[in-house]
Design a protein around this ligand. Structure first.
Ligand code: ADP
Ligand code: F6P
Length: 319
């Protein structure tokens, strides 16, 4: 394979730029031509495509966001849209495509692969919701960003004897809340994979109070059904403590990528190029026990991963 494309799709994540850099430079090193596609599948449909050279990806390894920009595309979800995307691939002579994105983006890639495009999925999302890989690019940075916010909230919560509920991103996946909660010493962690026990949350607050701890931090993942304001009212009425809700929102998605995200991005995107160069069929690239893995794209998207109950239990025990 000689000509390939690269795009970012779905929610951006820190490390996407490091992946673009690795993809472009690995391809150029192998003598391939590589095209950058702006705004994900939306840009592919519009033909918003440019040839990438070595210097186009200089000075980006440390930057969050994505120089190719990202988008969600309703048009691409239709059969007609996907056929048009395939036509665009043909028009530019691109035989293979690297898709840097999350679960939805890789599902999009799978649809395109059914039309004859070889697609390599590189896991780029803060959510860590791709089950075939231990980690996704951006997750580590986002966890560290949340940790920083927990420290700041701890200062002000303890100064005012408050209980603070922090809304954590992650769509249907609780990994961000779980990892940040354990590492940040949260008093309670609510994630969608485990039925929330509001009484247990209230007991934790009251037990802390009896032990002289007058502030608490509760992390609630986005996928948990109960609204934070309702949760706050419930805790306040049961415990009598002042409760505040903090929604950090997209701050969790920005910022300079961590070392581990830059390395994961560099390794997975380089692997994706190598597989295209070797004319391998469509795959999802990931990491398992620090080894880079490449799994059949369709199989990767069907995989399941158990929630890390041990981390959840540990966080409960230690808080
Ligand atoms: P993420 O990749 O972060 O999970 P989304 O779920 O928003 O983000 O998906 C990004 C884009 O991927 C969508 O806007 C759409 O264009 C495409 N996509 C998502 N799911 C599918 C699907 N089942 N079939 C085709 N395209 C899809
Ligand atoms: O997939 C990344 C993510 O930040 C999710 O955690 C969140 O549910 C979603 O994207 C938010 O999307 P938007 O940027 O469109 O608000």
């Amino acid at each position: 394979m000689n000509k390939i494309g690269i795009l970012c799709s779905g929610g951006d994540s820190p490390g996407m730029n490091a992946a673009i850099r690795a993809g472009v430079r690995q391809a150029l090193s192998l003598g391939m031509e590589v095209y950058g596609i702006n705004r994900g599948y939306e840009g592919l449909l519009d033909g918003d495509i440019r040839k990438m050279e070595w210097r186009n990806v200089g000075d980006i390894i440390q930057r969050g966001g994505t120089i190719l920009r990202s988008a969600r595309s309703e048009r691409f979800k239709t059969e007609e849209g996907q056929k048009h995307a395939k036509q665009m691939m043909d028009t530019f002579g691109m035989e293979g495509l690297i898709v840097i994105g999350g679960d939805g983006s890789l599902h999009g890639g799978l649809e395109l692969s059914k039309l004859g495009v070889t697609v390599m999925g590189v896991p780029g999302t803060i959510d860590n919701d791709l089950k075939y890989t231990d980690y996704t690019i951006g997750f580590d940075t986002a966890v560290n960003t949340i940790l920083d916010m927990i420290s700041r909230l701890r200062d002000t919560s303890s100064a005012h004897d408050r209980t603070t509920i922090m809304d954590i991103m992650g769509r249907r996946c609780g990994d961000l809340a779980l990892h940040a909660g354990l590492a940040g010493g949260a008093d309670s962690i609510l994630i969608p994979e485990i039925e929330p026990d509001i009484n247990a949350v209230c007991r934790k607050v009251l037990e802390g109070q009896q032990a002289g701890k007058l502030h608490s931090i509760i992390l609630k993942a986005e996928g948990v059904k109960i609204p934070s304001e309702e949760l706050a009212e419930r805790i306040q009425s049961v415990t009598g403590r002042e409760v505040r809700v903090v929604v950090p929102g997209h701050i969790q998605r920005g910022g300079t990528p961590s070392c581990s995200d830059r390395i994961l991005a560099s390794r997975t995107a380089s692997k994706a190029v190598q597989l295209l160069y070797d004319d391998e069929p469509s795959k999802a690239i990931g990491i398992c026990r620090n080894e880079i893995i490449a799994v059949d794209l369709a199989e990767a998207l069907e995989m399941e991963r158990e929630v890390e109950y041990d981390l959840y239990e540990l966080a409960n025990t230690l808080s």
